[in-house]
Design a protein around this ligand. Structure first.
Ligand code: PEP
Ligand code: MN
Length: 263
């Protein structure tokens, strides 16, 4: 179902007024994790004013250490709903286990499968029965074929609204958090009709490198970007070092707009 051979036209995924794929370019922005109403509503208003199409925010966080902030859980989803009410932006949030499917079906517009769960086949089948679009991140060391097969797991259960997201892979290089694989964009577009977006924040791991990677992703033909934005990066509970301030995000959106118009 994900194969371009049997489905030549681009898939277009919609959430509220946001459109991803088929020649549209959309930006999803927001904090790594939801921390408070003030934080998430403030960021939502700022990124909306800069032209973002959707709001991201983690309520359930897949942290390397069990002692790191694990996210606010369900109250975090409710704060995202407050931000949606204030701005109209559809919300994207990560689901970590099949037991949350009903909760996410009720509260979230686009369900994110994180890199670490790309081959959690049971979870993929469960979200394949949801009515919401799925944002499927590429695993830390997975091939294009494996990634598209994970999309196939979701689609085989009936949910054909899948957005792929390249977020950098593990390589020998340690300077960056991950290595952004720009080849994924043209390769996946040849192999599949599904839209592909890029997450320069988790690829770089450093705020100053988000802009060049975002521009490169647009030049390579990405259907959109997902970018971490925080009102106070040094005090963020998660991924502050790679988060842009709303002011930096605004400048980036203007620069990207110029490039998108050229494409
Ligand atoms: C995230 O989007 O905050 C996240 C945890 O991303 P990834 O699964 O790509 O590491
Ligand atoms: Mn993050």
């Amino acid at each position: 179902k994900a194969n371009r051979k049997f489905h030549p036209e681009d898939t277009i995924v919609r959430a509220g007024e946001a459109v991803i794929g088929g020649g549209n370019f959309s930006v999803i922005a927001g904090p790594c994790s939801v921390e408070s109403e003030e934080q998430v509503v403030g960021i939502a208003e700022a990124v909306k004013a800069s032209g973002a199409a959707m709001l991201r925010g983690g309520a359930f966080k897949p942290r390397t250490s069990p002692y790191s902030f694990q996210g606010m859980g369900t109250p975090g989803l409710d704060l995202l709903l407050e931000a949606k009410k204030a701005t109209g932006l559809p919300i994207v949030s990560e689901i970590m286990a099949p037991r949350y499917v009903e909760l996410f079906e009720e509260k979230v517009d686009v369900v994110q499968i994180g890199a670490r769960n790309m081959q959690n086949f049971d979870l993929l089948k469960e979200v394949g029965r949801m009515s919401k679009p799925i944002l499927l991140k590429r695993g830390l060391s997975n091939s294009y074929e494996e990634w598209i097969m994970s999309a196939e797991y979701i689609m085989s259960e009936g949910n054909e609204n899948v957005i792929l997201c390249e977020r950098g892979i593990r390589t020998f290089e340690t300077y960056t958090r991950n290595t952004l694989d720009l080849s994924a964009i043209p390769a996946v577009k040849k192999m599949s009709h599904l839209p592909i977006i890029v997450d320069p924040s988790h690829a770089a791991g450093m705020a100053w490198m988000v802009e060049p990677l975002a521009m490169a992703a647009i030049a390579a033909g990405a259907d959109g970007l997902i970018i971490e934005v925080h009102n106070d990066p040094p005090r963020a509970k998660c991924d502050g070092q790679q988060s842009l301030t709303p002011a930096q995000f605004d400048i980036l959106m203007r620069k990207m707009g110029v490039l998108v118009d050229l494409m």
